[in-house]
Design a protein around this ligand. Structure first.
Ligand SMILES: Cc1cc2nc3c(=O)[nH]c(=O)nc-3n(C[C@H](O)[C@H](O)[C@H](O)COP(=O)(O)OP(=O)(O)OC[C@H]3O[C@@H](n4cnc5c(N)ncnc54)[C@H](O)[C@@H]3O)c2cc1C
Length: 579
């Protein structure tokens, strides 16, 4: 038997007399629970009110421009079940100013161990940022993490441990290079246990810091692997048994994992980046499979620690995302330092012998096979989207494991967001952080969007390689009308005082407007320098804005200004013949 039901505005926190800016359904439409009905907008937030029921819209009682408050009638719907005469959302927590009514309108009456206005699944840079931002906006937040330490890949087995070891590597290589100017420290004595302990101490400081930050904000942390049971429930396998968390909104921030190569033997001498960062020993001969950022950073570390490093890369170049001229100084340097560098080559198999791993190769210049003490597989990462029962929450995940989101980080399910590595490339911590803030703010009813013009990339190799915005090769492929300004660091006083001259700064400009559209930098500290170019792109700076900004002398940052001057034709630190 069908019946007519009234659908009313739910309790929307502190809001009253809020303007209707969109009516998203019309008479005759079929609606389902969670379908958005109307959008309200106040000076603080925009709020989408979803349907609490399934049925057919019979009458709309609201129009764009109306001012509404909790309890006002939105529409009449015909449903198949005759229950209450008026359907209204359960009360949203008034303390949560700006929380979307999306979840509140359909807040389930689920028997659960824990209730969360916002559940964040995964505590990497995306997840913890989202949880902290949400808590700061007044949302009661629960953060679920399967491992004992917060911080995800980045803090525990990614950005931070790798940079700690890269710092140690740089100290070793800098001290060796000091011989050139008459200072000889002798060969380094490496106490691997102390080095590992120091790296772990750095991680401990940061991950414990996160624990403290969560506590200060009253973010409840639950440890255990989580999987969705429904659009409003997550089961967490904790040390004390399964716990059900009922949530109004959720942010999925479950990150990614290293890709493994099929048919490799199961052998502890075959490791991925996590194994490499554990620093169990320093192998005599290390093969790194993959000439991307992670593989080359690990190669930098182990080379400095004394391993004979070979790198094999399937493409015909290293760090394929950056321009070849920016990567060249790194290529030249490691070609001299490493045992072998095979490009356009592949590993076809690994056999585990008693004392060594025998690796066979295919590709020009490679031996048919060679022996190594350790093989590091660094061929990329894949998203974890297929491992959290997302389908039970109705969240679309593609075949590769990526969760699809819009500019507000919303998935196809209105009250569930996703951020970080699990939503796509580039898999970088700073992208995850910004997405986390957007998701938290949208969950709080803000109109935020992920609108970054550019996301910088950095390989913390020696020299560092950094780029942002469009690359020169992309600009050519896209047929852009552009010009460039290049400054070789051999002409930088600061670079020469560091005993290095191989660096280069290159800025790309739109030929008409002269605004900066991209940058590539190679050299020590390129990763820090690229931030200026990223800011310049975000601010829409042109060559004069950059060149006329007084940079401190003598610094590597001057090379950014000099590149802009080179483009503008005003440079005096180089002689560029008139065209
Ligand atoms: C060796 C290495 C070096 C790197 N260096 C850099 C760098 O210098 N700069 C940079 O920007 N990026 C770097 N990255 C990439 C960076 O680490 C990631 O982009 C970043 O960590 C992604 O953040 P995230 O929040 O999306 O996910 P992650 O950091 O992957 O965190 C996801 C979290 O979710 C948890 N989780 C997953 N599934 C579940 C579940 N079912 N239940 C509960 N918890 C779950 C995981 O345990 C993890 O803690 C590096 C990566 C590696 C591997």
């Amino acid at each position: 038997m069908s019946s007519k039901q009234e659908v009313r505005i739910p309790n929307i926190g502190d809001f009253a007399d809020v303007e209707v800016i969109e009516v998203l359904v019309k008479k005759g439409d079929t609606i389902n629970p969670e379908d958005p009905l109307i959008t309200l907008e106040s000076d603080k937030a925009s709020i989408t009110v979803p349907s609490p029921l399934a049925g057919k819209v019979r009458e709309i009682r609201i129009a764009v421009g109306d001012k509404v408050s909790a309890g006002d009638l939105i529409l009449l719907a015909e449903t198949e079940t005759a229950t209450a005469a008026a359907i209204q959302a359960t009360t949203a927590n008034p303390a949560v100013t700006g929380t979307t009514a999306a979840a509140a309108a359909s807040r389930p009456t689920i028997k659960a161990d824990l209730q969360a206005e916002l559940l964040v699944l995964g505590s990497g840079p995306g997840g913890y940022t989202a949880a902290f931002r949400a808590a700061d906006l007044g949302i009661q937040t629960v953060l679920v993490e399967r491992y004992p330490a917060l911080g995800g890949v980045c803090l525990n087995v990614g950005c931070i441990p790798s940079k700690a070891l890269l710092h140690a590597a740089r100290v070793i290589s800098d001290s060796k290079e000091a011989q050139v100017f008459g200072i000889d420290f002798g060969d380094p004595k490496i106490d691997i246990n102390t080095l590992r302990g120091w790296k772990d101490k750095v991680l401990g400081q940061l991950t414990n810091g996160l624990k403290g930050l969560a506590k200060q904000r009253k973010v409840e942390v639950v440890h255990g692997a989580g999987e969705f049971l429904s659009p409003h429930e997550l089961k967490v396998a904790t040390a004390s048994g399964d716990k059900i968390i009922a949530f109004e909104q959720a942010i999925i921030a479950v990150g990614s994992q290293a890709i493994t190569l099929p048919d490799f033997p199961d052998d502890p001498r075959i490791i991925n980046s996590t194994g490499a960062l554990e620093l169990q020993n320093i192998p005599g001969r290390l093969l790194v499979i993959g000439g991307g950022i992670i593989g080359l950073e690990m190669a930098t570390v182990y080379h400095a620690l004394g391993a004979k490093v070979t790198v094999v890369e399937a493409l015909d170049r290293l760090i394929a995302g950056a321009d070849a001229d920016i990567v060249k100084p790194l290529h030249r340097r490691i070609q001299k330092q490493y045992a072998n560098l095979y490009l356009g080559a592949k590993v076809t198999g690994v056999t585990a012998g008693k004392d060594e791993l025998i690796v066979s190769f295919k590709g020009e210049g490679t031996p048919a096979s060679a022996s190594f003490d350790c093989v590091l597989v660094a061929v990329g990462r894949r998203p974890n989207g297929l491992q959290v029962g997302a389908e039970r929450a109705g969240v679309n995940v593609d075949k590769r494991g990526y969760i699809l989101v819009d500019k507000q980080q919303r998935t196809n399910v209105q009250h569930i967001f996703a951020i970080g590595d699990v939503v796509g490339q580039p898999m970088l911590a700073h992208k995850a952080v910004h997405e986390g803030k957007v998701a938290a703010e949208v969950a709080a009813g803000w109109k935020s969007e992920f609108n970054a013009r550019v996301i910088p990339s950095v390989a913390y190799t020696d020299p560092e390689v950094a780029w942002v915005g469009v690359t020169e090769e992309e600009a050519q492929v896209q047929g852009l009308n552009f010009g460039k300004g290049v400054f070789p660091w051999a002409a930088s006083g600061r670079s020469l005082t560091l005993g290095r001259n191989e660096g280069m700064t290159k800025l790309l400009f739109d030929a008409d407007s002269k605004t900066i559209i991209g940058a590539g930098i190679v050299g020590p500290n390129a990763g820090d320098l690229i931030a200026e170019a990223a800011l310049a792109i975000e601010m829409g700076c042109d060559a004069e804005d950059i060149g006329l900004t007084i940079h401190p002398h003598p610094t590597l940052s001057e090379t950014v200004a000099f590149s802009a001057e080179a483009f503008a034709g005003t440079i005096t630190d180089l002689y560029l013949p008139k065209k």
